[in-house]
Design a protein around this ligand. Structure first.
Ligand code: NAI
Ligand code: MG
Length: 360
């Protein structure tokens, strides 16, 4: 049977960008003989409107069964006043939590045609292609004790950075597997100089590295890592880091490359029966209510998220390369959605025109 893909377009520009992904999927079916069992369902506000919850149990069950899930975006002003328990983003959080997606992949890739969009000089970023692997389910955002407590005559706010060996080991393994598929170079970032969790992190990553002797492993303090990312990002290939440092470093790396409309992501969990990890792919951007319904959204972030699914869930690395090359070509030809336009006088293309150009 064909590999299965569950599509959850969501809210705002989610359905608009997902329509362009559907064109790409149809093209792969027609021209490359690559067929998927695609099903579509609701998440976020659109699910709330129908079911009264942002993710129905049936949808959750489908996500657990699928070889991969591709999500558009959730949220919007219409849902801002909903009770916390049914807010659109709770649908996304439920998916991440119940699928136990502990490894968050955030590529920072700079297409040559867009290098002038970066806040950095062209030669520092042109051709950049790095991947940050962020631990997503543990660390200081979840560790206990946490809270605001009375202490003497004042209050104290407490969070705890806590990592077990097995939590470090599983995300490290996913980063090494990724490094094996890329350029066999991995830099792990923590602050072992001042943090106990950092000492353990470095020890466990080094131990896991023994299983991947071909991968060139290095370690760096995360503050230096932030500096190096801006000074000379091309020295890196895969960067592995914890939840907190990964939050900061991945946002920093993302902005090396320009527009939010270009950034894909993947969140991976434990291997399934087919040997591939449980996986949720989604663009980094939100539902962009300011441009929703106007055909202005850039579909590339969502299309690149599908390219990641081809590579990491469907073992179709060459087809993912083909798709990325098409995007590169379209950008080199000067095709631009509004978010990619710097100068006046150039007419932007619509969401659908961008999708059509990539298919062509
Ligand atoms: P946003 O990412 O939706 O938009 C930020 C800015 O970037 C806007 O000006 C928007 O027009 C622009 N933009 C974003 N994606 C674009 C694209 N593909 N093409 C062209 N321009 C694009 O973030 P914002 O405005 O903070 O949040 C809007 C809504 O989205 C909120 O309800 C928020 O909760 C939700 N959200 C959902 C996320 C998700 O589903 N993973 C992530 C972030 C926000
Ligand atoms: Mg962040």
């Amino acid at each position: 049977s064909n590999p299965s893909l569950l599509i959850l377009p969501g809210d705002g520009i989610g359905p608009e960008v997902m329509a362009e992904v559907r064109k790409i999927i149809d093209w792969f079916g027609a021209k490359r003989g690559l067929a998927f069992d695609v099903s579509e369902d609701l998440v976020g506000g659109s699910a709330y409107d129908v079911h009264g919850v942002p993710l129905a149990d049936e949808t959750m069950a489908k996500a657990q069964e699928a070889d991969a899930v591709l999500l558009g975006a959730v949220g919007g002003p219409k849902y801002d006043d909903l009770d916390f328990s049914v807010k659109p983003e709770r649908g996304l959080l439920r998916l991440r939590k119940e699928m136990d997606l502990f490894s968050n992949l955030r590529p920072a890739q700079c297409f040559d045609a867009l290098a002038d969009f970066s806040s950095l000089k062209r030669d520092i970023v042109a051709g950049l292609d790095i991947m940050i692997v962020r631990e997503l389910t543990s660390g200081v955002y979840f560790g206990e004790p946490r809270g605001i407590f009375e202490e003497g005559n004042e209050r104290v706010g407490i969070n705890t950075q806590r990592y077990t060996e097995s939590e470090i080991e599983r995300v490290a393994r996913s980063a090494f597997e990724l490094a094996m598929r890329r350029n066999k170079k991995l830099c792990s970032m923590e602050k072992a100089n001042v943090m106990e969790s950092g000492i353990l992190w470095r020890e466990v990553v080094t131990r896991v590295g023994k299983d991947y002797p071909e991968v060139q492993l290095s370690h760096m303090y995360a503050d230096n890592g932030a500096m190096q990312l801006v000074r000379a990002p091309k020295q890196f290939d895969v960067i592995l880091t914890d939840n907190l440092f990964g939050d900061l470093l991945s946002d920093c790396a993302a902005m090396l490359t320009g527009s939010l409309g270009m950034l894909p992501s993947a969140s991976l969990g434990a291997p399934m029966a087919n040997g591939r990890p449980k996986a949720l792919y989604e663009p980094v951007h939100g539902s962009a209510p300011d441009i929703a319904g106007q055909g202005k959204a850039n579909p590339i972030a969502c299309i690149l998220s599908f390219a990641m699914a081809l590579r990491y869930s469907f073992d179709q690395g060459a087809e993912a390369d083909r798709l990325e090359a098409a995007i590169e070509q379209v950008l080199a030809d000067g095709v631009r959605t509004g978010d990619l336009l710097a100068e006046e006088g150039v007419a932007p293309v619509s969401t659908a025109q961008m999708g059509d150009a990539i298919v062509a």
